[in-house]
Design a protein around this ligand. Structure first.
Ligand code: 6LW
Length: 489
């Protein structure tokens, strides 16, 4: 069966995959969004269904007033002895911690902290021992991939933290994962930074502590020299063997908005690339060490991404997310309606405005929603971070109501258009393509905003655009009849 990359579209960075009970499970980073760490299930590594989040309780993750792209960094998911583990970094508190569950559809434990620094932690289990690795500095101040043995019950370190690898020479050595395959320990990581120079490299050893011998042709996977090409930034991945005995790397990458425009607004997405082991135990990825748009997978399935999102066909607890820890009393969410109560906190603040969002999955979409307000302001935002976001909104004025288009770029707050409307009930629309978001109230075109300003290249950071419903100003806003339809072209 031929499949097309990305296999999971939209802002789902830093994928990590494990297998258990005939299925595959994947987690991704979530930064300032709550619940944290989206969790997916798949039967074929191509169709991923979100089944929940790992960090669903405030007690599991500190997100108070954190900056965009702070909070929850790259997670790793592993399955050992009937138990799932998810280990990650809260980059704002500089803490590495893991949680566990015996029921993948249920709640996860309270966090257990490991006193080893760095980011991108991973776990490796063997013979009753647990090894914990991250990229940071060891007990002697040596930087690289750092490893210690831990007590998996308590998180307590059972050995010193020791630097076991310093990479193949690229900057930002990240996302280490250790695997044992046919007698060798393979340590795979990312280098080059999560931008256009990103790559995956690896090394191997006969011992879990090294010394390691680098793959002579590193990087094993990168699109850094592949241009003009839409898929860029390939790196940070996990190695997984499927149930037919074939190997793959699930990794992040991004799609430029245009062949000749190096900007990406959809965030980092998930790509699947075949891996081949050759006779001497080294492996290669892709056909030529790069990530292509499609590959063949030895399995019978149909790739069927969801194209239409409505209130009725999404789940508030699974598909939607809040900015930081929400004040839940401001949300009345039912099967066909969202009633939001605005506060004084705005989308420009690094706090938790009344906002509920769903990731933008593709460049081209038509969105419409019916909105009624009593006072204040409410609407739909395409939100990259507090400094870069566009809104089509309805607000109360002294004499009635007006529809507005607000463009916020680089901290500059601009009202592009404001037109009076007859009542406090309107239909808001957004028509998006790879270059522009066009905004409407009813059939009236309010103007547009360029996609290129809602990108990591402009905003910095690690997130992608989230489409949010929001309210501000002590009001009640009712949203009904939401439809987000993704188009092919
Ligand atoms: C993540 C690091 C990276 O922790 O970006 O792609 C950081 N690589 O490995 C945030 O996603």
């Amino acid at each position: 069966m031929i499949y097309t990359n990305p296999v999971l579209k939209g802002f789902y960075p830093d994928p990590s995959v494990c297998r258990a009970n005939g299925k595959y499970y994947m987690v991704c980073s979530s930064f300032q969004y709550f619940p944290g760490v989206p969790l997916f299930e798949s039967e074929d590594l191509v169709n991923w269904k979100q089944i929940g989040h790992v960090l669903t309780r405030k007690s599991q993750v500190m997100l108070e007033k954190i900056n965009s792209s702070g909070g929850v960094f790259a997670p790793t998911i592993r399955y050992n002895n009937g138990r799932f583990y998810m280990v990650t970094t809260n980059d704002t508190t500089h803490e590495n911690f893991y949680v566990y569950t015996d029921d993948i559809y249920g709640e996860w434990s309270e966090p257990i902290t490991v006193k080893q620094g760095g980011i991108d932690p991973s776990l490796y289990f063997e013979d009753g021992r647990t090894y914990f690795m991250s990229n940071g500095s060891d007990d002697n101040g040596v930087g690289g991939v750092v490893q210690c043995e831990i007590n998996i019950e308590t998180g307590e370190k059972l050995s010193a933290s020791k630097c076991i690898w310093q990479g193949s020479g690229g900057r930002y050595l990240e996302s280490p994962h250790l695997y044992k395959i046919s007698g060798y320990y393979y340590l795979m990581a990312a280098e080059g930074g999560t931008e256009y120079g990103h790559m995956i490299t690896y090394t191997r050893s006969k011992s879990v502590w090294g010394p390691f011998e680098n793959y002579p042709k590193n990087p094993v996977l990168t699109n850094r020299n592949k241009a003009p090409f839409i898929i860029q930034g390939i790196g940070h991945g996990d190695l997984v063997e499927d149930y037919n005995g074939n190997w793959h790397i699930a990794c992040l990458g991004f799609r430029q908005i245009h062949m000749w425009m190096p900007y990406h607004n959809l965030g980092r997405e998930v790509f699947l690339i075949p891996v081949q082991f050759d006779g001497d135990g080294w492996f290669t990825a892709g056909k030529d060490g790069t990530c292509a748009e499609s590959y063949e997978l030895e399995s019978d399935f149909v790739q069927s991404p969801k194209k239409n999102y409505t209130f009725e066909n999404t789940d508030w607890n699974i598909d939607w997310c809040y900015l930081r820890h929400p004040k839940l009393e401001n949300y009345e969410l039912s099967e066909s309606k969202a009633v939001l109560h605005g506060t004084d906190i705005t989308l420009d603040d690094t706090d938790s405005p009344t906002f509920i969002g769903i990731r933008q999955r593709d460049f081209n979409f038509d969105l419409s929603v019916d909105l009624s307000i009593d006072c204040g302001e409410a609407g739909v935002t395409v939100y990259m971070c507090e400094d870069e976001h566009y809104e089509v909104a309805l607000r109360k004025t002294d004499s009635g109501f007006e529809a507005v288009l607000k463009l916020n770029i680089g901290g500059i707050k601009h009202i592009q258009t404001a037109v009076p409307v007859d009542s406090g009930s309107v239909k808001l629309r957004i028509v998006a393509d790879n270059l522009f978001y066009n905004f409407y109230v009813g059939d009236t075109h309010l103007g547009c905003g360029q996609t290129k300003y809602l990108t990591s290249e402009v905003s910095g950071g690690f997130t992608g655009v989230v489409i949010g419903l929001y309210a501000v100003g002590g009001n009640t806003a009712e949203f009904e009849n939401l439809a987000i339809d993704y188009r092919e072209e």
